[in-house]
Design a protein around this ligand. Structure first.
Ligand SMILES: Nc1nc2c(ncn2[C@@H]2O[C@H](COP(=O)(O)OP(=O)(O)OP(=O)(O)O)[C@@H](O)[C@H]2O)c(=O)[nH]1
Length: 340
């Protein structure tokens, strides 16, 4: 059999720190190809990925574990052929950054079920980023978090800078109860991790051998059967593309309004905002109920100076996110019209 190309699955809940970890690897390694899967219809992450010269492909519009599995298969085929024909550098492995809602075994299904792909690719590892500051609450609230932790070969602990030592140790023990086989490593993890092989996965024809949790106290509160549509997660996204800009102060007020509208349902916001007086966009990174992080960027990553923002909520009504976005957009229009 020809040498197969390893695929490393980088997963972790929304906003846990996947792109941040990926960027750290891209600064050290030129021999990767990267696939970035985003839930929303517009991609933000590919603009935040270091300009490293490695091939980066965006799979937008849904989760690779269910909605865009077909796109994953065709993208892997295209990458294989482009590499073979010398159209792109001869990468040694693929890093697949999933959406924060992905179920890792669903992500791997095309690699196991498609005979053509199976001959050419294999899953080398599942690396799961866990936001230590969000802690147990996040695991209890979001069933995806638990699935991702249990599927991991290695747990990459992010935001260790935001918790004290005792809390970190306590949380690590709780993670052992959920997946006792996975090593725990703080981010940014060294790039050597990308080489590590995990025997149990290869032996069982690439299938995940999920480690059963010892403790039931982490059982997710939402325990509905998992349908295969995009609604399986009760996580829904809406995107805004807006040609206009506002002052920084008005953007802050508008973001507060968005938080008020969505309440506890708000899970993740990220975007590039056009701000009057700034050459580049204002990068918004907002995870759960924490304060939004607003960072001015020197320049627009792709020359497109429109405001772009993705909102992700957890709600049982799929229309909720669109209603909130429509409501918010009318607020933005009012702010614009008010002449601020
Ligand atoms: N303080 C701190 N912030 C972090 C750390 N890791 C990530 N962040 C911040 O957390 C936010 C989200 O990080 P990302 O790397 O974009 O998270 P992600 O998992 O790729 O997000 P999604 O793709 O939306 O699921 C960003 O503002 C990061 O700067 C960390 O270890 N410490």
């Amino acid at each position: 059999m020809m040498d197969r190309i390893p695929v490393v699955v980088l997963t972790g809940f929304l906003g846990s720190g996947k792109t941040t970890q990926l960027n750290a690897w891209l600064q050290q390694r030129q021999d990767l190809a990267v696939l970035i899967n985003e839930m929303g219809d517009i991609g933000i992450d590919q603009h935040l990925t270091a300009q490293s010269g490695v091939p980066v492909t965006l799979l937008a519009g849904g989760c690779v574990c269910c909605v865009v599995q077909g796109s994953l298969s065709s993208t892997l085929r295209n990458l294989f052929m482009a590499r073979k024909n010398g159209d792109i550098p001869a990468f040694t492995r693929i890093v697949l950054e999933t959406t924060g809602a992905a179920e890792p075994s669903g992500v791997l299904a095309p690699l196991e079920q498609d005979a053509w792909l199976k001959k050419r690719f294999y899953c080398q590892s599942v690396l799961t980023v866990v936001n230590v500051a969000a802690g147990v609450d996040s695991i209890q609230r979001h069933p995806e978090c638990l699935e991702q932790i249990q599927a991991a070969d290695v747990l990459l602990l992010s935001r260790t800078d935001q918790v004290d030592g005792a809390r970190l140790v306590g949380f690590q023990q709780q993670l052992v109860a959920l997946n006792r086989e996975a090593d725990q490593v703080s981010t940014p993890a060294a790039a050597e991790l990308l080489e590590r092989q995990f025997e149990r996965r290869c032996r069982i024809t690439g299938r995940l051998s999920i480690v059963a949790p010892e403790s039931s106290s982490f059982a997710p509160r939402v325990s509905e059967p998992l349908p295969t549509s995009s609604s399986r997660h009760q996580l829904y996204s809406a995107a805004l593309i807006w040609a206009h800009g506002l002052s920084w102060v008005h953007w802050q007020a508008a973001l507060q309004q968005l938080a008020g509208q969505c309440g506890d349902a708000l899970v993740r916001v990220k975007g590039l905002l056009r701000v009057e007086g700034l050459d580049g966009p204002l990068l918004v990174q907002w995870v759960g109920t924490a304060e939004p992080e607003l960072t001015p960027m020197n320049q627009w990553p792709d020359g497109d100076t429109q405001t772009r923002l993705v909102l992700i909520v957890r709600h049982d009504d799929p229309d909720f996110v669109h209603q909130q976005m429509a409501h918010w957009q009318s607020l933005l229009t009012q702010l614009l019209a008010s002449g601020h």
